[in-house]
Ligand binder design. Structure first.
Ligand SMILES: Cc1cc2nc3c(=O)[nH]c(=O)nc-3n(C[C@H](O)[C@H](O)[C@H](O)COP(=O)(O)OP(=O)(O)OC[C@H]3O[C@@H](n4cnc5c(N)ncnc54)[C@H](O)[C@@H]3O)c2cc1C
Length: 418
């Protein structure tokens, strides 16, 4: 902290990391002002349900809020929504807001998240101004999609990653005709083994989703009015008619604010294990950071809620003079149909895959091993195996693949005190 009587902490971006940071700063004894400034019109809200319960109508906007508004008031956090921070002046230690206001900081924390990767096609500008072409990152995006979510509509989803598949699962249940176009030879190719991709492709097809792999999108076609996309065109010459298009092809971290202020940036804002940037007064947390992970022995940028929360806790603690280094095994979840997928660790570079249980039963786990150690686990409707995987990875416990594969051995007997 600085020597001033009432130092100010400013948090830029009102998402998962920000909500956790604001109250954690108070809990750790930050006495001064806390300003939380976000450009969306809402207080921080849960983003994962956007492609799940919120899209299906099972939860409301109020139900999405991470903390009730009263929590910020009680913690004396000044929440400013609907205003973008447009510039950081590091010399003056101020931030400039898009509405012309400025605010002084003693500590600045960037939790700016990311934005959807733009579809790289020739008619992208016309598509983006059409009413039926959508990305999915914000509540407003989903509100727009939901207004067009009518049974029998032809929905084309570009991208067979988690977000695309979650939208497909909700839409097909809602009676839409759904096509998923995935450029790679299988869905979820960047994050799971071929066995998992095959499982998800088969479940989607059984539910009526038309999954097309190796389907590279070359452009979109607009109807004669130019107000709507009428088809998605593929490199192989095929054309997929569309009433509604949702694009989910990845995320670009929001680093421009940091970059323009001269902070070190490389696929994310570069931070150390305490979340500190190349400027000791400025920290960052969440999807926008490129951070070191001592458990994995390398730097990485993650897009997951658990990561955003844990980084936020470390930053809050470190800012309040109790340095806490970030060291967590990444984990993530995805809900599609009745399938609760929980993943832990990162599977890249695995040399052996062990499947425990039967995929046909919709209850199984895939363990990814390298040199006899578990790197990652994908568990479908198997919470106990998720916990087992977490422990095997974080404690680097060796386990015989034959034991892992033997579904007859209860998880509690796999390791002592699980
Ligand atoms: C549809 C969907 C489903 C998901 N499902 C899962 C899931 O199942 N499990 C999981 O772990 N993760 C999931 N994620 C990812 C998860 O939501 C993110 O990892 C998480 O939101 C990251 O939190 P964050 O605080 O870093 O960023 P965000 O939540 O993105 O918040 C950043 C905020 O900063 C704002 N901002 C940016 N720049 C400025 C500026 N200059 N001034 C003011 N405000 C600014 C942004 O508009 C945004 O509101 C999902 C994401 C999406 C979009």
């Amino acid at each position: 902290m600085t020597g001033t009587a009432s130092p100010t902490a400013i948090i830029v971006g009102a998402g998962h990391a920000a909500a956790e940071l604001a109250t954690n700063l108070r809990d750790h004894g930050w006495q001064g002002r806390i300003l939380l400034i976000g450009d969306e019109p809402h207080p921080p809200y849960h983003r994962p349900p956007l492609s799940k319960a919120y899209l299906s109508g099972a939860t409301t906007t109020e139900g999405l809020l991470i903390k009730p508004r009263a929590t910020y008031e009680q913690a004396n956090v000044e929440l400013i929504t609907g205003v973008r921070v447009s510039r950081i002046d590091r010399e003056a230690s101020t931030v400039h807001l898009a509405d012309g206001a400025t605010a002084h900081y003693d500590r600045l924390i960037l939790t700016t998240g990311g934005r959807p990767r733009q579809l790289p096609v020739p008619h992208i500008q016309q598509a983006e101004s059409a009413g039926n072409f959508h990305y999915l990152r914000t509540l407003q995006d989903v509100d727009r999609i939901r207004r067009q979510f009518e049974p029998s509509m032809r929905l084309v989803i570009i991208g067979g990653g988690y977000v695309g598949l979650e939208v497909a699962a909700v839409a097909v249940k809602h009676g839409l005709h759904v096509t998923v176009l995935e450029a790679l030879p299988r869905v979820l190719a960047r994050v799971t083994a071929p066995e998992l991709s095959a499982f998800y492709e088969s479940r989607h097809r059984q539910a009526g989703v038309d999954i097309r792999t190796d389907a590279q999108v070359s452009d979109v076609q607009l109807d004669p009015s130019g107000d709507a996309v009428s088809a998605v065109l593929c490199v192989d010459g095929s054309s997929v008619p569309a009433d509604l298009v949702v694009v989910g092809i990845g995320l670009v971290p929001n680093v421009e604010l940091a970059e323009e202020a001269g902070l070190a940036v490389d696929n994310g804002i570069l931070v150390d294990e305490f979340g500190q940037t190349s400027d000791p007064k400025i920290y960052a947390a969440g999807d926008c950071t490129n951070h070191p992970n001592p458990l994995l022995g390398r730097r990485l940028r993650l897009e997951s809620v658990p990561n955003a929360l844990e980084q936020a806790r470390c930053v809050a603690s470190s800012i309040c003079g109790k340095p806490k280094a970030y060291a967590s095994i990444p984990w993530f979840w995805s809900d599609q149909f009745q399938l609760k997928l929980k993943m832990v660790g990162l599977s890249q570079g695995y040399d052996h895959l062990v499947i425990r249980g039967m995929p046909e039963s919709d209850s199984f786990a895939a363990f990814y091993l390298k040199d006899g150690y578990v790197l990652a686990a994908d568990t479908v409707n198997r919470p106990a195996e998720f916990m087992l995987g977490k422990r095997l990875i974080s404690e680097r416990i060796r386990i015989a693949p034959s034991r892992l594969a033997d579904d007859g051995i209860p998880v509690k007997d796999m390791l002592p005190s699980i």
